[in-house]
Structure formats: C-alpha cells, structure tokens
Write a protein that binds this ligand. Structure first.
Ligand code: GDP
Length: 320
C-alpha cells in the first residue's frame, strides 16, 4: 500500500486529492495544526504539525513515511495576501524549503508535488501561458508562490530529488471557500433565489480567469508523481471567462438576472490585478495524458446546484 502525505488537507484540493488517493488504495496522511478536525474523513490519518515549524515536519514525515508528498498547504487567498504579506511569505514560500529539506533528510526517496499557481504569470502580455512563459507575479501571494516554485525546481536540479511543480490555473468546485469569487457567486445566487439574501457585492467583474474543476486537477497532481522524471506542468482548461460570464451562467441556472442584484463595491477591488490568464496545458496532455473533463458551463451549474441544496437546507432550518 502506497503512503501519501498531504499538507493543506482541509482545503478544497486536499479534500479532493484525499478522496482520489483513497480510491486508488493509498494510505493517506494529512498534516494539520489541530487534531480535532471533524471535517476530514476517518480514513485519513491526521498528524499534528505546522508548516512554519520544521521540527514538526520532520516528526510528521518520520511517522507517515510517505512515498508521495503533496504540498498544498499555503496562505492561498490572493486578496488578503496584501494584508498578510509577511505571513504569506513564511507560510506560502518558506515552508516549501522547510518541507523539502525535511523530506531530503527523512525520506529522500519520496516524490514531491508543489502546488504552484497561474498567479506566477501575473502581468502577462500574451496568452496562452505555458511552462516557458515569463513569470511576473502581481500579489504577495504570487511572489511567495514564485519562490516555492523555484525552490522546488532547485532541489530537483541540485539533489536529483523527484520534485514536480504544477502550475495550476484557478480551479473551483462546490468545496471552494466562500471568499473566492466563483463560490461567492454560486452561493449568493442560491441564497437570493431562496429569499435568504438580497444582493451580491462584488469588485472587478471584468476580471478574467481560466477556471477548471478541482476534481480534475488533483488527478494531474498524482499523474506528475507517477512519471519516471519529475518536471513542471501547466494545468488549465485553455479557455478564459470573465466574472461576468460566471454571473450570466450562475444566475441563469436559477432563472434570475444578475444585473438586478449585483452591487459594485470599491473595497473589493485589488490594488493591482493579474491580466488575461489562460493556460496552455499541451505539455500535461502530451506527457501525462491529462485533459480537463468538466467544462466551464458544467462547473458553474455543478456549483450552483450544490448551493441550491445548501440554501434549501438553510431555509428549512430557519423556518423551524
Ligand atoms: P484568484 O484571485 O484568481 O485566486 O481568485 P478569486 O476568485 O479570488 O478572484 C478572481 C477574480 O474575481 C479577480 O479578478 C477578482 O478581482 C475578481 N472579483 C470580483 N469581485 C470579487 C469578490 O467579491 N471576491 C473575490 N475573491 N474576487 C472578486
């Protein structure tokens, strides 16, 4: 039985990846700061540790003895990374060195996955972006992820460590946190439809992203670690859509017109934005045999349908 350690196990990707690996017959360990996490499945063994504390990582690796390490833990919300830029650097950047360095000592034969991000590209002039595109991060989060990416490449090239970096474009799901624009829209549209909210406050709705389904993306992570040679891969859908496109589909799904409910809020604008993000995943397709399965429309519908269930439950509880 293969053993995997996931950092960021309680996040969206951690939960999909854990499900995926359990299905493949892995023994799954999750790094957590608090052991009494009720949300994680009882099939996952939670180990107490902190990405900021390298000693705890050494202990966790000694206990888990992982064949594969998936480093998904990070301060991952772009918007708040401006307010928490030091914590973002320590958690999203420095922790990558801490865990790889610990892995080289404890389990040098393990394979390592680093969750990199399309935020590395930031201010792009041209699209679509691939592994050769110049990086130009545009937020403290993006800058921290850039460090994480390069230290992964560096440890691979310096020590021959099997470390891969997945430059993943935005990926969403019903398990996405409510602070991200996609889930904020699907959730609020469902609340409005059920009479539980009156408006939706948003920032820049012209923003464009390449949005895929998180469940598809965790398979790409796993595929990277099954290759003989570690490498870096862009994981994306190759399509770009605006926040407006998301609004159109989400509100259409519940037969409403978003223009009646959306209010623009200056406070939700960012100091600077990344530009036209759209990924070229041809290398992942060619080498890993990976392609996205859920398209944009079905992703939006999946999220809205899930949130309609959530809203209906909230409504029936409120009327009790
Ligand atoms: P990320 O920044 O790409 O990681 O993903 P987000 O979901 O946080 O933001 C995607 C885009 O939606 C960005 O261009 C934001 O400026 C835009 N956006 C507009 N209104 C909001 C909002 O209320 N919340 C968030 N999170 N993003 C918003």
């Amino acid at each position: 039985m293969k053993r995997a350690l996931i950092t960021g196990i309680t996040g969206q990707d951690g939960s999909y990846l854990a499900d995926f690996l359990l299905q493949k017959g892995y023994r799954v360990f999750g790094l957590t700061r608090k052991l009494n996490r009720a949300s994680a499945s009882d099939k996952i063994t939670l180990l107490k540790g902190d990405l900021l504390d390298q000693n705890s990582l050494i202990n966790v690796l000694e206990e888990a003895k992982p064949d594969e390490i998936y480093n998904l833990g990070a301060h991952s919300f772009v918007q708040t990374s401006w307010n928490h830029s030091v914590l973002t650097a320590e958690l999203t950047a420095m922790s990558v060195t801490k865990i790889i360095d610990a892995a080289l000592k404890v389990c040098p034969k393990s394979r390592f996955y680093q969750a990199s991000s399309s935020e590395l590209f930031g201010k792009v002039q041209s699209g679509p972006q691939n592994e050769e595109t110049r990086f130009y991060p545009r937020s403290p989060y993006g800058v921290a992820k850039l460090y994480g990416h390069w230290i992964t490449v560096n440890f691979r090239e310096s020590f021959g460590y099997h470390a891969s970096s997945g430059i993943m474009f935005n990926h969403e799901s019903p398990r996405r946190g409510l602070e991200y624009v996609t889930r904020k829209i699907s959730h609020t549209a469902a609340l409005i439809k059920n009479g539980l909210a009156k408006e939706l406050r948003l920032g820049n709705i012209e923003g464009r992203r390449d949005w895929g389904f998180a469940g598809d993306y965790v398979e790409a992570m796993w595929l990277m670690l099954q290759q003989e040679k570690a490498d870096d891969y862009v994981v994306a859908t190759g399509e770009t859509h605006s926040v407006k496109d998301f609004l159109d589909l989400a509100f259409a799904r519940v037969d409403l017109d978003w223009k009646e409910f959306v209010k623009t809020d200056e406070k939700l604008y960012r100091p600077i934005e990344v530009s036209h993000l759209v990924g070229d995943y041809s290398k992942a397709k060619r080498v890993l045999g990976w392609t996205p399965k859920v398209d944009f429309k079905n992703l939006v519908f999946m999220m809205v349908d899930h949130d309609m269930e959530v809203a209906r439950k909230l409504k029936s509880e409120a009327s009790k």
